[in-house]
Design a protein around this ligand. Structure first.
Ligand SMILES: O=C(O)CCC(=O)C(=O)O
Ligand SMILES: [Fe+2]
Length: 330
């Protein structure tokens, strides 16, 4: 007779990030709709620093245009991409080749390649915080520039909405976001991860890191999984599925610091799990360069967005003396 012991415990369900519908906040139908969303976001940002959103207001057609834009851009010959190098650009707009980002502690640099853009201002101002974008000369405006800009504006609007919700979550008037958004610094990064089989053993798409600034609005190409978020409570990575029309939102270090830890800046990384390449696009909504902490307006620390950005980048890139002076750092 075979003895059957107690049934093995069922494996714990894979943890998942909260999925929040923003539409009751953007277009409330019932009393309490907005408050409920604010509460959901506050809890998710407290516990994980990351959450997924639907009902976000970015049209699906624009998301599809964005994928086409990225396909065309990263499909250009290597020389054409290198001719747009962000290292040659006073505003750090343009192309970053694979292998250029190495994080402290990682053995190998990131496998990803990127393309940076932001609002297309006519002239370089504030030593490169604002200025013109780089546009690929070989791609017609209708194939890249126009759809990329339209997408950019929508992702900027979503970032601002999330900031408003985060403010309300800490009991601040949502309208504080208007001064904070007077002329916000919002870089956008298009990213292509090569197929996993082509990268070296141990090389990550993007190594584990926290985002340094405000709110990140992340588009993932549908079906191209790879993003993982560190969960302190379980001491494990949470995989984040790449779902159509679902955005990932996360808080950066500035938000964690300015909220006195009420909102978390969580570590995350990308290991391309898709068969082929993986595309994503991150919009980093930092805030007005001269604004200080809107999450706790009585914070005695009056450090500004510009000062934090310069401090962060000074160690990484060659920030000019003028930029340091312009944000009031010596
Ligand atoms: O590509 C992704 O899914 C995440 C990208 C990311 O974490 C970043 O660019 O900071
Ligand atoms: Fe990130």
């Amino acid at each position: 007779m075979t003895q059957t012991g107690p049934a093995a415990p069922a494996p714990a369900p894979a943890p998942a990030l909260p999925l929040i519908d923003l539409s009751p906040y953007l277009a409330p139908q019932h009393p309490g709709d907005r408050e409920r969303v604010v509460e959901q976001v506050r809890e998710a940002a407290r516990q994980h620093g990351f959450f997924q959103v639907t009902g976000h207001g970015i049209p699906l057609e624009l998301q599809r245009d964005l994928v086409r834009c990225m396909d065309k851009l990263f499909g250009l010959p290597r020389e054409a991409k290198l001719a747009m190098s962000f290292l040659e650009n006073p505003c750090r707009r343009g192309y970053e080749a694979a292998g250029m980002s190495l994080r402290e502690g990682d053995a190998l640099p990131d496998a990803k390649e990127c393309f940076f853009l932001a609002r297309d201002d006519p002239a370089v101002e504030l030593s490169g915080f604002f200025g013109p974008n780089v546009w690929p000369p070989d791609l017609p405006d209708g194939d890249f520039r126009r759809p990329a800009q339209a997408y950019y504006e929508h992702s900027v609007a979503l970032g601002k909405t999330v900031w408003r919700i985060l403010l309300e979550g800490l009991g601040q008037p949502g309208d504080l976001v208007e001064a904070f958004a007077a002329r916000p610094v919002v870089p956008m990064k298009m990213i292509r991860y090569p197929p996993h089989r082509t990268v070296r053993a141990g090389q990550l798409g993007i190594g584990a890191h926290t985002d340094f600034g405000g709110v990140t609005v992340l588009f993932q190409q549908p079906g191209k999984d790879g993003l993982e978020v560190w969960d302190d409570a379980r001491a494990a990575w949470i995989p984040v599925p790449a779902l159509e029309d679902v955005y990932v939102i996360n808080c950066g270090d500035m938000v964690q610091r300015w909220s006195a830890g009420a909102y978390k800046s969580a570590r995350h990384r990308v290991l391309n799990k898709a068969d082929g390449e993986r595309l994503s696009c991150a919009t980093f909504w930092h805030g007005d360069i001269n604004a200080s902490n809107p999450l706790r307006p009585h914070d005695p620390d009056r450090e500004t967005v510009g000062q934090l950005l310069v401090k962060r980048f000074r160690s990484q890139y060659s920030i000019t003396k003028e930029a340091v002076a312009q944000v009031g750092l010596v």
